[in-house]
Structures are given as structure tokens and as C-alpha cells.
Design a protein around this ligand. Structure first.
Ligand SMILES: Cc1ncc(COP(=O)(O)O)c(C=O)c1O
Length: 395
């Protein structure tokens, strides 16, 4: 842990009662039919808890999910499925597994999925397209690391590098929509809100898994939940989960973490309305390099979050090393949550309002080593050598 890095910590001035719509109950059973589905690990990490001075630290590790190195497949799969149902005008039931679903969709071919990504969502959509026997076109921003482009190509997708930011890649992908192509974006804009809302819904599975693991092991539900934010879709799922009976104050403390130069949710909350943070966004936390919050997510982000923590790349690197030391492999974006919490507890106002020693904190680590070369550079050893010193595991 280091205190040399830069951070911006603010309390959310827009915090208010959140109106949370119920989640489609079919989400969980849909995921259960996906290949290799099983709940990801929830780790209880006493060494890190002691270093941070908190009562308990729980880490939900989305480092391996259905064979992919991030949580994004949960949103991409459900949103693709619902978009296909809407395209067909009916649900392509019955199906027990993805091969049967693909067979029920055979008549649509040739068919394509398109999306924009700064890495993980695009790979997840490409993975889904491959499973269904569709083609896929993924638009990525300029400067994306070759390892991440290759990972998307490895799913059989065509990758186009757009000469611009993530937001420009999103705009480009929107032009692909046609009778034979569904755009499956995790962010939303005016007139395109249904699919991004399904992406958010898909992420709800993570929070149900966390509750189940905590309840099964007799632990206490978290007092503080820390979630990294790009366009805020994942955070919107967290807000929906933890603010279901919200009164506008109290309850679980929700913390959103962003890179300092792409902190569009923090900047929007400070401005009092949705605001663009202009690029270039060059953080190594590439999944969070977004200049504009998702329109669909914004009402939940603006009212549901308690604290914002924006951190620099050095903080993310330190968090990667801290996680590696307890046997958890996290990529740069994945480690942002821990980096944000480490910054937050140095803030005098935050500290004054909480008894850290009796607090249970949940940090979601949202990806594994998606750039293995850089991982080794930061941590000092390859990701495949980590994981032998893992501590207590629950769930
Ligand atoms: C690993 C990882 N964590 C967190 C996020 C942030 O998710 P969202 O853009 O929904 O806020 C992303 C987005 O790409 C990601 O790839």
C-alpha cells in the first residue's frame, strides 16, 4: 500500500432515494444454462483487512467467468439473448444448453452481432456470437493493447480499430444495426436504451451469488461495497441490488471508483448533470476509460452512490501487487476497486464518519490478467505463478 499516488475523493452531492425497478427473475436461470456457469469465488482476506484496518475484507473475484477473464459475459449474454427474443418476436424456447439455443436460431443465419469495447465487453459479445454461430464485428479505440485485440479475434470476431476514443468507437458501432445485425452495447444513448438495460440486469447475478455465499457461510452482509466504473452499467446493477428498499440515506455505503482522467460519473455528479470528460483517456485501467456515463445507468448512479474515488495508475498497480500478495490475480481495471478503497480511507471526512475496525468491506475485482505482459511488469512475476498462497475461501 502506498500514499504517494493522487486521488480525488468526494461525497455524492446528488444522493437521494433511488427508484429501483424489479429485475427479470429469468436472468439467473438463463445464466445457469450458459456453458461452464458456476458462481465465482468470494474470498475472505484477513491479511488485507488488517493492512487496511477494516474488520473484514471480502473480495468477489470475477477473474474467471465462463472461461473468460471478466464478469462482462453476464451482461453480454443476457442482453444478446433478450435482443434476439425481441428481434424474433418470441422466446426461442425450449433449450437446455447453448447448443440447443443455437439450433433454435439457425434459421436467422447469416446473422451478426456488433459492439464497441475497451476490451472485456467486446470479447464477451464475440464469445456469445461464436457460441451461437453468428459473425461479430467489434470496434475498439485507438491504442488498445495487442493482447486484448488478439483475445477478441480469438473468438472469431472481426476487430476494427477506430481512430479515436472509446466513445467514438461506440458511435461507430451504432451504424452497424440492420435486419441482420444486432448492436449489443453496454452503454446507452438517446433512442438506444433497452439492450444496455438488459446488460445491467445480467450483472445482477454477481450480487445474488455474493449474498448466497455470505449467507451460506454465516458472515455479515457488507457495510461498504466498492465497485469500479466505466460507463457505470455494472455500478447500476450494484445500486439496484443494494438500494432495493432505499430511503435516500443510510444503508450500505456504495463507493464508485474511476481513473482520475476519465472520472465521468464523479464529474457528472459534481456538475449536477450528466457531463462528458473529454479524452484522450490514457489510464491503464482501460475498462474504465469512458468519457460519458450511460444514460440508462445515470439515474441510479446519480442517486445511489455515496462516495466517489478517482485514482491514478500507480494506485491501480499497487492494488494489483496487494492482491497478488494474497493470491488473487487482478488486471489493471480489476484492481481499481481496491485502489479506490485504499484512497478513500485516507480521506479525513470519510474516516470521521465510519468505524473501520467494525466494518465489513466488499471489493469486486472485475477482471483477471487481461494484459499478461504488463501484469508481469507490474507485479514482478507472471500471473500463472500467483494463486498458491490463497487464504480462506467462502462460497
Ligand atoms: C474489467 C472491468 N471492470 C469494470 C468495468 C466497468 O464497467 P461499466 O463500464 O459497466 O461501468 C469494465 C468495463 O469495461 C471492465 O472491463
Amino acid at each position: 500500500m502506498t500514499s504517494a499516488s493522487l486521488a480525488s475523493i468526494t461525497r455524492n452531492p446528488l444522493r437521494a432515494a433511488v427508484d429501483v425497478a424489479p429485475i427479470d427473475p429469468k436472468v439467473t436461470s438463463f445464466h445457469a444454462r450458459m456453458p461452464a456457469y458456476s458462481p465465482t469465488m468470494l474470498f475472505d482476506v484477513p491479511e488485507l483487512a488488517a493492512q487496511l484496518g477494516v474488520g473484514r475484507l471480502l473480495v468477489k473475484a470475477e477473474t474467471r467467468r465462463m472461461g473468460l477473464p471478466s464478469f462482462k459475459i453476464l451482461g453480454a449474454s443476457w442482453a444478446t439473448y433478450r435482443a434476439l427474443c425481441e428481434h424474433l418476436g418470441y422466446e426461442p424456447e425450449p433449450w437446455r444448453n447453448i447448443n440447443e439455443l443455437a439450433a433454435n436460431l439457425e434459421h436467422l443465419k447469416p446473422f451478426k452481432l456488433a459492439t464497441a469495447t475497451d476490451g472485456n465487453h467486446g470479447r464477451a459479445v464475440a464469445f456469445m456470437a461464436r457460441l451461437l454461430g453468428f459473425s461479430c464485428h467489434v470496434f475498439v479505440p485507438r491504442g488498445m493493447v495487442e493482447a486484448r485485440i488478439q483475445a477478441i479475434r480469438s473468438e472469431g470476431a472481426l476487430v476494427t480499430v477506430v481512430d479515436g476514443t472509446y466513445d467514438e468507437a461506440v458511435a461507430r458501432s451504432a451504424h452497424e444495426a440492420s435486419d441482420r445485425c444486432l448492436v449489443v452495447s453496454d452503454t446507452s444513448w438517446e433512442g438506444y436504451e433497452t439492450t444496455p438495460a438488459r446488460v445491467i440486469e445480467g450483472y445482477s447475478t454477481i450480487f445474488h451469488e455474493i449474498d448466497d455465499a455470505i449467507d451460506a457461510s454465516g458472515l455479515q452482509r457488507p457495510d461498504v461495497v466498492v465497485i469500479p466504473m466505466g460507463v457505470g452499467a455494472f455500478m447500476a446493477a450494484g445500486v439496484s441490488h443494494y438500494r432495493s428498499d432505499d430511503t435516500g440515506s443510510g444503508g450500505t455505503v456504495i463507493v464508485g471508483v474511476e481513473p482520475l482522467d476519465a472520472n465521468c460519473v464523479q464529474a457528472s455528479a459534481t456538475a449536477g448533470h450528466i457531463t462528458q470528460v473529454p479524452g484522450p483517456h490514457n489510464s491503464i485501467m482501460v475498462g474504465l476509460n469512458c468519457g460519458m456515463p450511460s444514460l440508462t445507468a445515470w439515474p441510479r448512479l446519480s442517486k445511489g452512490i455515496d462516495w466517489f474515488a478517482s485514482v491514478d495508475d500507480e494506485a491501480a498497480c499497487q492494488a494489483m501487487r496487494d492482491l497478488a500478495a494474497v493470491g488473487i490475480v487482478s488486471g489493471e481495471t480489476g484492481a481499481a476497486g481496491l485502489a479506490g478503497f485504499e484512497a478513500l480511507i485516507r480521506d479525513p471526512e470519510f474516516r470521521a464518519g465510519i468505524d473501520l475496525e467494525s466494518t465489513t468491506v466488499l471489493v469486486v475485482v472485475t477482471e483477471g490478467a487481461t494484459d499478461p505482459e504488463h501484469y508481469e511488469h507490474v507485479v514482478g512475476r507472471g500471473h500463472e505463478t500467483i494463486g498458491r498462497v490463497i487464504t480462506a475461501v467462502r462460497g
